[in-house]
Design a protein around this ligand. Structure first.
Ligand code: DGY
Length: 325
């Protein structure tokens, strides 16, 4: 069967050009509309390669409808939208886009951290509303210092380490972390200290979530964990929404268990829990833009397409997440 690539959503057009150059036929949904599951199942029937994004759930129903598929190239580092076990059983390679987005995502995590600490979004709204009428030493919107505080990183992987570097080297922060294994390099260069999860909860002034979504990390943060945090602490989530039980975050903010939160990801994207909207000064929300810089989204698209080109020409994928015989 002739190879055919299905691209489910708009990506960088320059990456699609690589398919043209390779003479690979493709169906490119460049409409900005997410393909409905039925449309995805219909289109994938002819595909030998699938380039997909987070809104596409690649479950067994999709895989059953895709008898010719050789590769699923996710344009994201996270791949919780794909049933990797089922794909592996069917001999389908799954790839992601690590590394190219590490620094960009860490930039956003830090931007959110600074913005929630210093009330930047709220201050912008105040200014635009014409409320700045005179300078005061103790204005309503006093923030808190970031410099010298304790930054707790949940998951000191690639992005977590990049966040830690910003905190330790840029802002003189003490970095503590949880991870499955000790991270000697970060301990040596950043002075990072590995602690238990309860210790991280109790000691951090800012917690940055940087773990993937797995059955173990789903609802890692519930009311019980918020209760163990300092009432002055902030939580920043640029990883995956369901790691925080959003209804419990609403309760934690309402009860003053923590000071604030900055979220780029949500439990039921693209929605956020309606209870969050009431927190104007103690919450910042952004629409899953962790890796959303022009350069990085281009590089993610290129990497996904290069994975497709490698697999369709019988070579090893560049960034596989499974091993297929
Ligand atoms: C990722 O790469 O997993 C991001 O969340 C999407 O940009």
């Amino acid at each position: 069967m002739t190879d055919k690539v299905l691209i489910t959503q708009k990506i960088y057009d320059g990456a699609v050009c690589l398919l043209d150059e390779a003479g690979l036929p493709h169906h490119y949904n460049d409409s900005d509309e997410t393909l409905a599951p039925e449309a995805l199942r219909a289109l994938v029937a002819e595909a030998t390669a699938l380039v997909c994004l987070l809104p596409n759930r690649i479950d067994t129903a999709v895989l059953d409808a895709a008898p010719h598929l050789k590769i699923i190239a996710n344009v994201a580092v996270g791949y919780d939208n794909i049933d990797v076990t089922a794909a592996t059983e069917r001999g389908i390679v799954v790839t992601n886009t690590p590394d190219v987005l590490t620094e960009t995502t860490a930039d956003l995590a830090f931007a959110l951290l600074l913005a929630i600490a210093r009330r930047v979004v709220e201050a912008d709204a105040y200014m635009r509303a014409g409320q700045y009428t005179r300078f005061e030493l103790f204005p309503e919107m006093l923030g808190v210092d970031v410099y010298g505080k304790t930054l707790g990183i949940v998951g000191l992987g690639r992005i977590g380490t990049a966040v830690a570097r910003r905190g330790a080297l840029g802002f003189g922060m003490k970095v503590i972390y949880t991870a499955n294994n000790r991270k000697e390099a970060a301990e040596e260069t950043l002075g990072a200290q590995r602690v238990t999860f309860p210790e991280l909860l109790a000691e951090s002034d800012f917690i940055s979530i940087n773990v993937p979504l797995t059955p173990q990390t789903r609802h890692l943060f519930t009311l019980a964990e918020f209760r163990q945090m300092k009432p002055s602490a902030f939580i920043i989530n640029t990883a995956r929404g369901p790691i925080i039980k959003e209804a419990d975050l609403v309760a934690a903010l309402a009860q003053g268990l923590i000071r604030g939160a900055a979220l780029d990801v949500f439990e039921e994207e693209p929605l956020m829990h309606p209870g969050l909207a009431q927190f104007r000064d103690r919450l910042i929300v952004t629409p899953h833009i962790g890796s959303a810089s022009v350069e990085t989204r281009q590089n993610m698209s290129l990497l996904a397409v290069r994975n497709v080109l490698a697999v369709l020409s019988g070579e090893r994928p560049l960034t596989p997440v499974n091993r297929v015989q």
